[in-house]
Design a protein around this ligand. Structure first.
Ligand SMILES: NC(=O)c1ccc[n+]([C@@H]2O[C@H](COP(=O)([O-])OP(=O)(O)OC[C@H]3O[C@@H](n4cnc5c(N)ncnc54)[C@H](O)[C@@H]3O)[C@@H](O)[C@H]2O)c1
Length: 379
């Protein structure tokens, strides 16, 4: 997306409201509590108990105003930033209303549930100059940005392929905790909810756009409408292939996510294993010998981002809020911007379409596709 070159007249602290006071909202609140440049003005939830519980979960927010209707909150507070943390099927209507009323967004993933809605939100951001930082947490983990830069500069030669797995087990208790979970209309399955931001990361690191998707999805053990297991292969415009596995049908106490990128002269793997980050980066020196580059990246990250960047490993939303705040004030694009939101929805829905139709599909999708178009797939 092209940079808007006009100078911003906005200065910190920026006012924020959070719409949707459930599980992820707590990470948002913790991040806001750690940043001086943000001021929480209100929280919104159709369930007042959820709003109250959220405000009580972090010290210092007990007196913040509560609303039950997002339109009233946006109209009255006129916040600089609206954080959209409602069920995914509601992202579009709230994001659109907030931008039409002048607010920048921290928009949770997936941006929307259909390609046409994602395009509309992306285009609205371009037209208004309002910023969108997506809740694509993986882009904000330490070292990831440094690796992105080095791959993009060609330091490791040609990118051959990449792979991710997201084995994010969730039991029936998780799916039964809210009626929207695991439904085609409001959530999608393991790929749309748990894997979309990892797909975004892989494609971003590999530095090219997806042009074709082939996929299969399955429902193995979870009692939900959508998939609990999906596997896909993407062909990128630069010819590289990307392999994807996303599932919630694994043991809930063993959440693991890992991504690898393979280049002519390097192989890079990073991941999270039950919350613990790991990294293994190997490069080939001009003399042909292999060198482990972990220490190099750890030191470089500390020099450029200090302790703050390492705190983002524990709560990446801290990095997203800081990035959004800087982007609004300095009038630049966030790291996970509106285009990332649109493109990842397009790729994910291409994966669903391929699984539904049983053949590879070209990306970007020419016609609209909506997660609800998958209704009845497993019947
Ligand atoms: N980036 C990440 O790492 C991450 C992690 C978890 C969830 N998410 C995303 O965050 C979103 C929320 O997920 P969650 O697990 O927190 O869900 P949740 O069900 O725990 O919370 C959603 C909250 O929204 C409220 N809500 C529903 N309709 C509303 C409305 N019209 N106005 C105001 N509030 C309303 C509900 O009452 C509930 O409290 C989803 O889109 C999900 O994909 C992102």
């Amino acid at each position: 997306m092209a940079e808007n070159t006009t100078t911003s007249s906005v200065s910190a602290p920026l006012s924020v409201i959070i719409i949707g006071c459930g599980r992820v909202a707590e990470k948002h609140l913790k991040a806001i509590s750690k940043l001086k440049g943000l001021e929480l003005k209100a929280v919104v939830d159709t369930n007042p108990d959820s709003a109250k519980r959220l405000l009580g979960s972090v010290k210092g927010f007990a007196g913040v105003k509560q609303y039950s209707d997002y339109k009233t909150a946006i109209d009255e507070v006129k916040p600089s930033i609206v954080s959209v943390t409602v069920p995914s099927g509601l992202h579009f209507q709230i994001a659109k209303y907030a931008m039409e009323h002048g607010s920048n967004l921290l928009l949770e993933k997936p941006m929307t549930m259909s390609v046409s809605e994602a395009r509309e939100i992306f285009e609205l951001s371009g037209k208004t100059g309002l910023k969108i930082a997506m809740g694509h947490i993986y882009r904000y983990l330490p070292i990831v940005g440094l690796i992105k830069e080095d791959i993009a500069e060609g330091k490791f030669g040609k990118v051959t392929h990449g792979s991710i797995y997201v084995r994010w087990g969730h039991g029936e208790d998780y799916y039964q905790s809210a009626a929207w979970r695991g439904t085609w209309k409001s959530d999608g399955g393991a790929l749309m909810n748990q894997t979309i931001h990892a797909i975004d990361l892989l494609v971003w690191l590999m530095g090219s756009e997806p042009e074709e998707a082939s996929a299969m999805i399955a429902k193995r053990i979870r009692n939900i409408e959508a998939e609990d297991l999906g596997m896909a292969v993407l062909r990128l415009e630069n010819g590289a292939l990307a392999q994807i596995e996303g599932t919630t049908a694994t043991i809930p106490s063993k959440h693991t996510a890992e991504f690898s990128v393979f280049c002519e002269n390097a192989q890079l793997t990073m991941g999270l294993d039950s919350g613990k980050p790991h990294i293994a980066v190997y490069g080939v020196k001009p003399n042909g010998k292999t060198k482990k580059l972990n220490g190099y990246y750890i030191r470089k990250q500390f020099k450029t981002g200090g302790l703050f960047s390492y705190k983002c490993a524990l709560n990446p939303h801290l990095g997203i809020y800081k990035d959004l705040c800087d982007s609004v004030i300095e009038n630049k694009n966030p790291i996970a911007d509106a285009y990332a939101g649109f493109s990842s929805v397009d790729t994910l829905l291409g994966i669903y379409k391929s699984a539904k139709e049983g053949h590879p599909v070209s990306l970007p999708l020419k016609d609209d596709f909506n997660s609800v178009d998958m209704t009845g797939f497993f019947d």
